[in-house]
Design a protein around this ligand. Sequence first.
Ligand SMILES: *[C@@H]1O[C@H](CO)[C@@H](O)[C@H](O)[C@H]1NC(C)=O
Ligand SMILES: *[C@@H]1O[C@H](CO)[C@@H](O)[C@H](O)[C@H]1NC(C)=O
Ligand SMILES: [Zn+2]
Length: 272
Amino acid sequence: MLRSIIGSITTLAVVGVGGFLIWKYALNEPTNMGEAKEGLQNLGQQAGEQWDEMDLGNFTDVLDGLEGLDFGDLFNDDPKLGDNTTYLWRSDYIQPSNGGLQLKLLNALDDTWQTEFAQAVSDWKESDALVLTTEQVEVDHTCTRIDGVMVVCNANFGDTGWVGINENSMLDGVIQSSVAKMNEYYLRNADYDHRRFTMCHEIGHGFGLPHTDENPYNSNLGNCLDYTDDPESNVLPGDVNMNKLRSMYLSRRLRTVEEDGTVVERTELLLR
Ligand SMILES: *[C@@H]1O[C@H](CO)[C@@H](O)[C@H](O)[C@H]1NC(C)=O
Ligand SMILES: *[C@@H]1O[C@H](CO)[C@@H](O)[C@H](O)[C@H]1NC(C)=O
Ligand SMILES: [Zn+2]
């Protein structure tokens, strides 16, 4: 018993890379996707130490806005970043015949984010595969993860190269907790569309959704999991996200083993 518990604990890993929202003005711009991924992983490892020493709630030193930043064509050559895998929340949170994923979002954001948060939650609630509840808690600029919920928070993480990040903590391949972080360094004085897009995007990752496209410079697909340099038409979840959520949380997987040993996995999409 003890052995299996330890086994489980050691598989706890934070999946951050898939949740990074990268913008062209990253420090030490990578020249290819391999470097980009490596850089992000390093960033994730160092982040804990760096941020401990920073005053995450100090917004003195932030950008005036995103205007004048040169977006360029960093991701044009290879739009692939991340592995396009969907991750599911733990099974006791999934009720396919009762509305799908049952998840609480803890709102640890300060006052400046309440409109964007309420908007994004209401937009995601349009999904018939999500049953979301929210609870406003004390503002937490340290963005501490809490088991079994999605924490949504804001802080000045500095000139990291990302405006938002989602960290899903995984145990044995399923999500145990999620933290969606808004980086005030870029977003404090950004316009509403950029803030709303980032909120929608990071919360979307928190359900386990992957990107729909990772080239920011092609035309927008009309959903907030599509990288973009102009978020206006990408601020909402799209049909593609909603369909993905349905297949993730409204379906039931049945495994049977046939006489010759063949394992058959049947996925039923439950319709109400
Ligand atoms: C906030 O950061 C600025 C520099 O970015 C610094 O000068 C100031 O002392 C800090 N304020 C507090 C309260 O830490
Ligand atoms: C992820 O997979 C879907 C379906 O297989 C595909 O349509 C989509 O383009 C992929 N997205 C990325 C970012 O590779
Ligand atoms: Zn992302």
